[in-house]
Design a protein around this ligand. Structure first.
Ligand code: NDP
Length: 311
């Protein structure tokens, strides 16, 4: 029977994805019905899903084989009690490329002190030679699809990179740590700290006051992970005291970041509006279609979320 795919995301996304999904289905030789219209839920085999979609109750989808998320972060859907079929998150080469570019760019901005250079175009020949990357230890919390790729890119530029994750990972050229003692070491050496953890009960507020205190004085924080990873009050206090030299934040507890939020006006904070990276329709469609192919062939799905772990 021809599988039926419901595209449950915004209308704008449908316009971006429709052509790519049709193309990828054809390239994989899969005949499928693809539609953004709900139709009878009991006829749907797969839901291509954005967690902010209007579909929040999966109970009526009695034939459903899998929910295929367009987003890497699944905190809005992972705990949904009506979801009883496999949930795959998005691991997309385009998304990874974008994150590597954002992280590398913002790391180099701070490493080379580009803000200082721009602020001193005043005719004075003040030579401040920046250190080499190999003298600037960087730590990445989270060594998953995105964290590992960023760690490797920064290591390739010469930065001594330490990565920390729940289980001990192996990433070439990167010192990989895990556990509470590993976190302590990872924080203590982080002149630049990058957060690429998912939001789960185990990671919420991970960067609290005591952990911020463990950073070297003047450390820079980049957060393209999730806003809830950071205790905002503790970070603001550390920025005010100068213990944290700068924070470049892409994600926030409330998005859009409210206009009166202290981050906007803080001289040591750069706000970017959740643009560190995005799923790219061309490459992501191939990932979605590969999972449909696997579902139809009875093969295991790629990138399955572990509900108990929350990511
Ligand atoms: P992955 O699931 O591939 O990796 C998550 C990493 O975090 C893994 O290394 C995992 O450890 C580690 N981790 C999870 N929980 C803990 C814990 N309690 N303690 C220590 N380590 C932990 O995720 P991705 O790399 O694909 O994405 C990471 C996050 O990036 C997403 O969840 C999302 O929030 C964010 N994101 C932000 C975007 C933006 O534009 N700002 C775009 C896309 C994603 P282990 O390896 O042992 O499993």
């Amino acid at each position: 029977m021809t599988p039926r795919l419901l595209f449950a995301a915004s209308e704008e996304s449908w316009h971006e994805y429709e052509g790519h999904l049709i193309h990828s289905l054809a390239a994989a030789g899969i005949e499928a019905e693809l539609s953004p219209q709900a139709g009878p839920p009991e006829t749907v085999d797969y839901i291509v899903y954005a967690p902010n979609s209007t579909v929040q109750d999966f109970t009526p989808y009695t034939r459903l084989k899998a929910v295929l998320s367009l987003w890497a972060g699944v905190e809005h859907v992972v705990g949904n009690p009506t979801l009883r079929v496999p949930l795959a998150r998005m691991v997309d080469s385009g998304l990874t490329e974008g994150m590597v570019e954002w992280v590398t760019g913002h790391t180099l901005r701070h490493h080379l002190n580009i803000d200082h250079v721009l602020a001193h175009q005043d005719g004075e020949w003040n030579r401040h030679v920046p250190p080499l990357a190999r003298h600037r230890p960087v730590t990445i919390l989270g060594l998953g699809a995105l964290g590992a790729a960023c760690a490797q890119a920064l290591a390739n530029l010469g930065f001594p990179v330490t990565g920390w994750s729940r289980t001990r990972r192996k990433v070439e050229g990167v010192t990989c740590l895990s556990g509470p003692a590993g976190l302590e070491q990872a924080l203590a050496r982080a002149q630049i700290l990058i957060l690429l953890l998912p939001l789960t009960p185990g990671t919420e507020d991970l960067l609290h006051a005591a952990h911020i205190d463990q950073l070297p004085k003047g450390a820079v924080i980049l957060n393209p992970g999730r806003g809830q990873l950071i205790d905002d009050a503790a970070l603001l206090a550390a920025l005010d005291s100068g213990h944290v030299g700068h924070a470049t934040l892409d994600v926030f507890r409330t998005e859009p970041l409210p206009r009166d939020h202290p981050y906007w006006a803080h001289p040591r904070v750069t706000v970017t509006p959740h643009i560190a990276s995005e799923t790219r329709p061309d490459t992501a469609s191939e990932v979605i279609v590969e999972n449909v192919r696997r579902g139809e062939a009875g093969e295991p799905f790629l990138h399955l979320v572990d509900r108990a772990r929350g990511y």
